[in-house]
Write a protein that binds this ligand. Structure first.
Ligand SMILES: O=C(O)CCC(=O)C(=O)O
Length: 309
């Protein structure tokens, strides 16, 4: 058996990082999950699989203007919030300055040179936010935090950053199989263009409206997990299933040809990925930040592990 699929290995790892699991303690109580914090956890532990995020319960075009705090946003941002329920994403043009973007890239290159940051899963540079005050500051940008907090009506906290030098080439997926909340819907992500995106560099893509698809969880594609081991299916089986679902529902793919400093914000269940890179000589410098709501259960459905914060 692949050791990564053997849950007791996760339990030992979790116990060794117990402090980083304490964020879940209050939420386990609130949502009646009677399990040790280090134990495996999945959607099978919960009674429902509906988002409870307020803007998922109706139309943001109707709900948002009635909410306290809506008026604090500029008319342009207000328009984007009104479209949130329809689209499941918004783009903030020119949000970060060129100097901010260059500072992030310089920091990433320095961390790489020092061997502190290394590529994982192909071309991902994970968790630079845990290694750099400068990157943490970017993840805590005041205007973005205000907007994210409003979109979910909760305090949103940065969980992880992923930096890319080149495009990800990652197939379509929803983040909610990787970073999951109970109740569902309490994750948001941002993607920052750290340089102008060339159409041949493997731009990010997404399917507007796809956040309204049912959340695809382990029970849908990887059913045979047991007390001791994860299910036998592999991640490509999940990706095949998402693709089938997109085709069946005839969603249209859009590509983000962003300018340096632009920010994409997306919904917990928006299906997205990276287009294949047409010209491997091109870079596509970018940074993703995933944010969880602070007071919900946070875990990784795909590996049935609680998140370490
Ligand atoms: O940047 C990309 O190409 C994709 C990133 C992504 O899918 C993610 O971080 O969830």
């Amino acid at each position: 058996m692949n050791l990564k699929h053997f849950k007791p290995v996760h339990w030992v790892y979790n116990l060794l990082h117990y402090k980083q699991l304490l964020h879940n303690r209050k939420a386990y109580k609130k949502y009646n999950l009677h399990k040790p914090l280090f134990a495996s956890i999945s959607s099978k532990d919960f009674p429902d699989r509906e988002s409870r995020a307020w803007l998922d319960t109706g139309d943001s075009a109707v709900l948002a203007p009635q909410k306290e705090g809506f008026q604090q946003f500029s008319p342009q941002i207000q328009q984007k919030i009104l479209q949130w329920s329809n689209n499941g994403y918004m783009v903030l043009e020119n949000h970060f300055s060129p100097a901010d973007c260059d500072a992030v890239m310089h920091e990433i290159e320095t961390l790489m040179k020092k061997g502190i940051l290394q590529f994982k899963w192909g071309n991902k540079l994970m968790f630079a936010n845990k290694r750099s005050a400068l990157i943490r500051k970017i993840t805590q940008d005041a205007a973005i935090s205000k907007l994210l907090n409003f979109l979910l009506d909760k305090e949103m906290v940065p969980f992880q950053t992923i930096n890319f030098i080149a495009g990800s080439g990652q197939r379509a997926h929803s983040d909610s199989v990787h970073m999951t909340t109970y109740p569902l819907g309490y994750l948001l992500a941002i993607w920052i263009a750290l340089e102008d995106v060339h159409p041949d560099s493997g731009p990010l893509f997404y399917y507007p409206g796809s956040h309204k698809l049912p959340y695809l969880l382990n029970n849908d594609w990887n059913t045979n997990s047991s007390f001791l081991s994860l299910g036998k299916h592999d991640y490509p089986d999940y990706e095949d299933m998402i693709e089938e679902l997109l085709q069946k529902n005839q969603y249209k793919r859009e590509e983000l040809i962003a300018k340096k400093g632009d920010v994409l914000i997306w919904h917990a269940n928006l299906v997205h990925g990276g287009t294949p890179i047409k010209n491997p000589a091109l870079t596509r410098k970018s940074m993703v930040v995933h944010y969880y709501a602070s007071d919900v259960i946070k875990y990784h459905e795909i590996t049935e592990r609680p998140s370490l914060m």
